[in-house]
Design a protein around this ligand. Structure first.
Ligand code: DOR
Ligand code: ZN
Length: 346
């Protein structure tokens, strides 16, 4: 197969930031994706319905003329979040999900949750109204090795929270382990999982062998190869639980190439060609449609996009810019480290 046409894909986990960075990166997502779940970890975070509505307006204002893109907004869950505000924002169509960051787990997560008892009321309200909870699934306990933090989170936090809140619909975001894949498969279909582009391509050796590669550092950090293979198997399986969330997370190069570099891989630009490459290599190109265009809408109870997107394989390696330039400084585009012959047809 040298060509594949699918409904326009969506990105179920995206960081767009704000201001100059938003302006620089938004076209990179809007070029291929119809909709995206927009992460609320701005500084300060998006914690109220009013803030989410204002952020959505800023995103739409930054969209270049002629591009169509629907931002699906999220609220950043804090121990002070008001269940009534969440319910009102959901009812008004302002928010599509609520995001849970364990405090300190990742970029701008300081206002996240420490004591899960304090968010019980919000979670119960969300279960009642069917509003999904997007979860950054890593414990922050300094005693837990960074490579084990996802697996430990499942046992210590995710499973107890789900048991305590029957009916809560949860997306385990950017899973990076076989433990995550197995847990999702073992549960009822109110649990889904997103998988990023980069976690399908890199393992921890790519970050550390032959010199440290700051542009491959993200959170959750890439794990050993056996975990990457489990993610590839899950993503390409076509199973409804697994869908694309790129976690494309721009940071200007000086913030990445630093003695204390920020976490995040920027994949908005080249995700679709990269996915076509990965799915083809598995002999499962036909399942790209499920992963990138059908399973996410099904979980979020939204229609599949009407417009279509065509990918074509040619003899010429795909060219994308090495960096995106904008007022916030250069942002390096994720480099898979191998040539890719798939192109999105303009
Ligand atoms: O790598 C990451 N970057 N992981 C996250 O969870 C946050 C994100 C960011 O905001 O930069
Ligand atoms: Zn993220």
């Amino acid at each position: 197969m040298t060509q594949i046409t699918l409904p326009r894909p969506d990105d179920w986990h995206l960081h767009l930031r704000d201001g100059a960075m938003l302006e620089a990166v938004l076209p990179e997502s809007a070029r291929h994706f119809a909709r995206a779940i927009i992460m609320p970890n701005l500084v300060p975070p998006v914690v109220t319905g009013a803030q989410a509505a204002a952020y959505r307006e800023r995103i739409l204002a930054a969209l270049p003329a002629g591009m169509r893109f629907t931002p699906l907004m999220t609220l950043y869950l804090t121990e002070e979040t008001d269940p009534a505000d969440v319910a009102a924002a959901a009812a008004a169509g302002i928010v599509t999900a609520v995001k849970l960051y364990p405090a300190g787990a990742t970029t701008n997560s300081a206002s996240g949750v420490r004591d899960f008892d304090k968010v019980r009321g919000v979670l119960e309200k969300m279960a009642e109204i069917g509003l999904p909870l997007c979860v950054h699934g890593e414990v922050t306990d300094p005693a837990v090795d960074i490579f084990d933090r996802e697996a430990v989170f499942i046992d210590r936090v995710l499973d107890p929270v789900r048991r305590a809140t029957p009916g809560l619909r949860v997306v385990m975001e950017h899973i990076t382990t076989k433990d995550g894949v197995d847990y999702v498969r073992s549960q009822s279909d109110d649990l889904g999982a997103t998988i990023t582009t980069h976690h399908l391509i890199i393992n921890r050796n790519h970050i550390l062998v032959g010199g440290i590669k700051p542009h491959y550092y993200c959170l959750p950090v890439a794990k050993r190869e056996s975990h990457r293979l489990a993610l590839v198997e899950a993503a390409t399986s076509g199973e409804a639980r697994f869908f694309l969330g790129t976690d494309s997370a721009p940071h200007a190069d000086p913030a990445k190439e630093s003695p204390c570099g920020c976490a995040g891989c920027f994949t908005a630009t080249n995700t679709m060609p990269l996915l076509a490459h990965v799915f083809e290599a598995e002999g499962r190109l036909a399942n790209l449609e499920a992963f990138a265009a059908r399973n996410g809408p099904a979980f979020y109870r939204l229609p599949v996009n009407d417009e279509m997107l065509t990918l074509e394989k040619t003899d010429t390696a795909a060219q994308w810019p090495a960096k995106i330039f904008g007022g916030a400084g250069p942002v390096t585009v994720f480099d898979p480290g191998f040539p890719v012959y798939w192109h999105v047809k303009p």
